[in-house]
Design a protein around this ligand. Structure first.
Ligand code: FAD
Length: 404
């Protein structure tokens, strides 16, 4: 019987196991994760979970019976320490060894740590895992002054949740605009204004120099320009670091911070795949090698790998999409705007419902929609089908962008 071992019990690991069975794979499946929980969804952690609208049970991807019924062996709370590619075994930190014919690395990423003095003080929190979310939820309830370091998706989502809980919140962003890595200036400015209108203080170009505390607990955030912000809860959202060490120790290629894979998501070894947040691959829509951090990327990678393992290989070819919920605003993104040279707006920014269309060399490459779900769906179809759309057509609300 063929044995598939999946390392990492996150979105991508879970989906690989589930899709292997739907694709008809009859061999053994072992899903090993170092977290003490069955696979769960991360997106609610910064929103519904910390707001108390969804509990642990609600965010599980599947109840435990799902795995039992499909013969998927879940090994929780165990870290894979090394891979022996010759004898095809993984060794766990506990010392146990598990054989594989095919190995899927779905090891994700961990929080990037704040590199300033005082970052180790009590009251400095991060948000990646359910355990961190449980702690953060408790601390949010008691907090009086919250400072969020990082004006990216996670920072802004958690700032919005803290505001919804009625807490004073300041967001510190090192760059001159919010979510600068991924959205056009017009979208950054819309979200800055929306956060400010809902009571969040947003400080741009903010360089954090130091955190200061009292009796081991954080009390102040000191900026490089000398400003001092009182804070008893500092939430750091400054990005993630992919977990590539296991792969590189096994001699697998690691490039641009991710485990480098081919079009079938193979990691330089016919029997080893890498998928999800940890994988770096050529994305046909970006025309470049990328490493993406999204549920879509994790799920579609997993489905692709499951098909290959089940004997129906098709190269990976999925149009990226993403969403972020902040207050009552939903940002949905389709495609990748990397290298774009023109943007046009459809709709009215003041109304809070608009889309930004990104073009690269005259071709549509990406669309960000703010509270315009129909535009988002149309954009995904346009991008997947490669249908031409001019900037003038995109900007003109009288021109339909639906392909069907
Ligand atoms: P992960 O989810 O990181 O899973 C990897 C797992 O492998 C982890 O449990 C890790 O602990 C484990 N692991 C690592 N090394 C080992 C080892 N050696 N042995 C055993 N286990 C190991 N995306 C969206 O598209 N929309 C959103 O709104 C959104 N919101 C988010 C909100 C939050 C708070 C966070 C944290 C993420 C959010 N994301 C969102 C991103 C999305 O959740 C991730 O892109 C996705 O979960 C990646 O899945 P993954 O399986 O690749 O990695």
């Amino acid at each position: 019987m063929r044995e598939v071992v999946i390392v990492g019990g996150g979105q991508a690991g879970y989906q690989t196991a589930a899709s292997l069975r739907t694709e008809g794979f009859e061999g053994s499946i072992t899903l090993i994760g170092d977290e003490p929980h069955a696979p769960y969804q991360r997106p609610p952690l910064s929103k519904a979970f910390v707001l108390g609208k969804q509990d642990r049970e609600k965010i599980l991807l599947r109840p435990e019976v799902f795995y039992r019924e499909r013969g998927i062996r879940l090994v929780g709370g165990e870290t894979v320490a090394s891979i022996d590619r010759v004898s095809r075994r993984v060794r766990l930190e506990s010392g146990a060894e598990i054989c594989f014919d095919t190995l899927v690395l779905a090891v994700g990423a961990r929080n990037r740590k704040l590199p300033v003095p005082g970052a180790e003080l009590d009251g400095v929190c991060y948000l990646r895992t359910l355990s961190e979310a449980v702690e953060l939820k408790q601390r949010l309830e008691a907090a009086r002054n919250i400072v969020v370091i990082g004006g990216g998706f996670i920072g802004l989502e958690i700032a919005a949740s803290a505001r919804i809980l009625g807490k004073p919140v300041t967001v510190l962003e090192a760059l001159p605009r919010l979510m600068a890595r991924v959205v056009a200036p017009v979208v950054s400015e819309f979200f800055r204004a929306a956060h400010v209108a809902r009571g969040v203080e947003v400080v741009l170009n903010a360089q954090v120099r130091e955190l200061r505390g009292e009796a081991g607990k954080v009390r102040e955030v000191i900026l490089a320009d000398g400003r001092v912000l009182a804070s008893d809860l500092v939430i750091v959202g400054i990005g993630i670091v992919p977990n590539t060490e296991l792969a590189s120790a096994a001699g697998l290629p690691v490039v641009l911070g991710g485990i480098s894979v081919d079009e079938f998501l193979r990691a330089g070894d016919a029997n080893i795949f890498a998928i999800g947040d940890c994988a770096e691959y050529h994305n046909v829509f970006a025309g470049a090698r990328v490493r993406l951090e999204s549920v879509q990327n994790a799920v579609d990678h997993a489905v692709c790998v499951a098909r290959t393992i089940a004997g129906k290989p098709v190269p990976y070819h999925a149009a990226p999409w993403f969403w972020s919920d902040q207050f009552d605003i939903r940002l949905q993104m389709a495609g990748l705007g990397t290298g774009h040279d023109r943007t046009v707006v459809r709709g009215n920014i003041e109304s809070g419902k608009f889309s930004v269309f990104y073009f690269r060399g005259g071709r549509l490459c990406s669309v960000d929609s703010v509270n315009r779900p129909a535009d988002h769906l149309a954009a995904r179809k346009l991008l997947a089908s490669g249908t031409d759309l001019t900037p003038e057509q995109a900007a003109d609300e009288n021109v339909s962008i639906k392909t069907t």
